[in-house]
Structure formats: structure tokens, C-alpha cells
Design a protein around this ligand. Sequence first.
Ligand SMILES: Nc1ncnc2c1ncn2[C@@H]1O[C@H](COP(=O)(O)OP(=O)(O)O)[C@@H](O)[C@H]1O
Ligand SMILES: [Mg+2]
Length: 464
Amino acid sequence: MDIKLRLEITETQLKFITADADEVLFGGAAGGGKSYGQLVDALLFALKYPCSHQLVLRRTFPELEHSLIMNSLQIYPASVCSYHVSSRKWNFRNGSVIEFGYCQAESDVLRYQGAEYDVVRFDELTHFTESQYTYLLSRVRGTNGYPKQIKSSTNPGGVGHTWVKSRFIDGAVPNEAQTTDFGTKRLFIPSFVQDNKFLMKSDNAYISRLKQLPENERRALLYGEWEIFDGQVFTEWRNNPSGYKTRRFSHVIEPFKIPKEWRRFRAFDFGYSKPFAVSWYAVDYDGRVYNYRELYGCTGKPDVGVKWTAQKIADKIIELEAEEREAGCKITGVADPAIWNATGGSDGSIADMMEKRGVYFEKGNNDRLAGKMQVHYRLSFDEEGLPMIYFFDKKCPGMIRTLPELKYDSTNPEDVDTRQEDHLYDALKYFLMTSPIAPRERMPEPETEDWSPLSSEPEKRFIV
Ligand SMILES: Nc1ncnc2c1ncn2[C@@H]1O[C@H](COP(=O)(O)OP(=O)(O)O)[C@@H](O)[C@H]1O
Ligand SMILES: [Mg+2]
């Protein structure tokens, strides 16, 4: 059968398609053409090797349906193959099969028990767990003499970030296959969004949108960097002595007397053997926030709580707010929704007990990722160096110490590691989620590379 296909591919997609290592990872920036590369590679393999079997996986069915399946319907030529919706299979006239699958639950891999594939392809590999991956390695086998490979594509991030990084990237030279202890070959092919001129041409604003992400996500998705997640979450944080009085390019500033008319808030995260956190905020007429006081129930030893009862915390709050209350200031409370469930003994929930003492709270929104983004947006500096949140020097030492120390979670690198001292951070999120702000234009930062989609030459294309 003589078939003519007209598909243009990028130079890195060609590297991926021709890679012959046993395990290949096409990894890096979002939009680099990795998933498209998988589909073209699968198509070419199916055509080249009659009666071959391939499995293409995403973690969940909706993701699979909206990305790979939809795109394959656009790319795969009806003259050589047809798609069967119920079995999620492309059947080729030469007998080859490309099957689409997903493994949402850990045990979903068992669906492939007994199956045999020439190539298994994982798209967004970091969404999978290592045990799902290694289980499916064993499904790659057969006696037909065709190449047997596991080919994956992914952005950095996701639950599997750490194992994927250590399997393919740590200690490896990009584009050079490394030999494993079992004598097999593993290859990492980095992908950059700049590789993909197809996207650049059709969506010029794509890069600008990526540039507005917080630093870590930006470096992962724009530059395809894998190291970022080892570090600090709030890289925007600055405690800059030269901005102490000017309030520019510093989050920590000289305290001042807060005008009586500004709105005030109190945010609360309960803890007993871990520290509890109460954090007070004032909001000026521009919507800028000032963290002006805190009550942090920490023994002085990091992350060890003082074991106060809810009543004792409430009494202390009243004492600290006495002057403001006398002056007629209204303070709106917001707290971890869990304090309405947690039992405080026969007196009801912690919230009930505090209410009896005259300390009221509204239920906070505990959407972790939305809250984290609010902290990023607030900390960002505008062109004049003004952030949307400040912290009063010496009045909130716990926050000033713990917020910049927070690290990403190694098993869920998009979120803050909750095993750290994150109690004041949690209180801050409950407060910020009461009036979320829109993403803010980031202060211009030095570029890490001088590439621009508009200035570059159209890249060499390959016709297959
Ligand atoms: N060789 C190509 N020809 C045409 N369009 C392409 C090609 N490679 C990628 N694209 C398009 O570029 C966009 C991003 O590619 P995709 O494979 O989704 O990137 P990634 O998986 O790396 O995030 C998609 O719209 C895709 O259809
Ligand atoms: Mg993709």
C-alpha cells in the first residue's frame, strides 16, 4: 500500500519520532508540540509495522478525550484508518491498532492485565504514579520482532514530578541515551515552546500569557525547567531594608497607625499541638492589605503548638482587640471551615466556643490552589514596585519568618507542602479568599533568554 501523508513536524518532534531507546521522555515547556509528536509517532509506527499494537494513555478520560482523541481525529487520515468510539481504538487497514486508555485510579492499570503492546505511550507522564508506569512496562512485549518501547511526553509538575525527574533527568545528558542497570536505554529529549512555530504563528499571545504566571509555574511551563520545584514557593517575597520606609520593592515595612476608617479583618487557623494562628489585616482605599498584628500559638520551637483551648485563644483575641473595639472599629473574622466541625467537648465546636466569648468568624474558603494564587498575585510588584500586600515589621514576626520559608510539596509540586509550618499562611489564604483579586501584570524581570517568537526565522520543517 502506497500512502502519501503531508504532515509537517518540528526538529524536536523528529528527534522523538526517531528515538530508539527503550524508554523515551519528551519533556519540557507547555506548547512545545509533545502531545502532537506522540500522535504523529503513533501513526507512523502503525503504518510502518502492520498488525502492530500501541496503547496511548492519559491519566483521566476527560483529558484523554479533549486532547489526544480530538487531535487524532484531526490528524489521522480516514483513507488508512477508522476510529471506533466505544473501544477507543483506531483500526488500520494494515491490521495495526492504536488504543487510547486512561488510568485514573491506581488499580486501573489492571485493565491492561494480559494485554501485549509494541509501544505504550504516556502523555503527561507526571500525572501518573511510578507504580502505574512500572506495571505498564511489563505489558510491552511480543514475538513479532517489532521495536518495543515506552514513549512518554510531559510538562514538569504534577504528582509524578519527582519520580519522573529522577528516572529520566537527574544525572542524564539531554538527547543522549543512558544505560540503566538492566542494560536498557533511557533517553530524555527536552522540549521548548520555541520549538513549536506552528503555535507561535497561530497564537502570538501564548508566550505573554505564560509570562504572567507565578515564577515557578512560569519557569516550568515556559522554559520547561525541572529544578524549580526544589525550592521556595513565594519567590516574589522581598524583605528589603531600602524599601522599609518607601514601601517599594519590599513586603516588610515600617508600621504606621492605621486610619480608623479602613476595613479590618481577623483570620484564624486552629491548632493545639501544632501552632494556632490569628492574623489581622487592614485594607486601604486602593484595596492594599496590611498585616498589622498576629497571635501565633507557637512555643518558640518551630511548628510546636502552645496547646491553648479555644476559650483561651478567644480571650486573648478580645484583649488584643480591646483598643480597636473601644474606638468603634469593626473587625470581620474569617476562619478555617474545620472549626465548625471540630469538637471542643461538651460546649460544641471550636467556633461555638469562641462565639460564646464574643469572637465571631465567617467560614473561610479553603481552596488551596486558588488561595495560593491569591498570595502570588498580592505579592507581585507593579512597575512602581508596589505590591498589594504588606507586613508590619516586628508586628507579625511569625508570618515574616514562615511565609518565605514555604516549599513545594515533593509529591504534589503545584501545592505548598502542608507538613511545613503553614498555619499563618493558611490564615492569610482564608482572608485573601474573602475578596480575591485578578492576576496582576508582573514587574518586568530580566529575560533568561533573548529568544522572541517575532524575531526568529521560520524554522526548518520536515515533511514526512
Ligand atoms: N507539527 C505540528 N504541526 C501542526 N501543529 C502542531 C505541530 N506540533 C504541534 N502543533 C500544535 O501546537 C499546539 C501545541 O502542541 P502540543 O502537542 O499540544 O504541545 P505540548 O503537548 O508540548 O504542550 C497544538 O495546538 C498542536 O496542535
Ligand atoms: Mg501536551
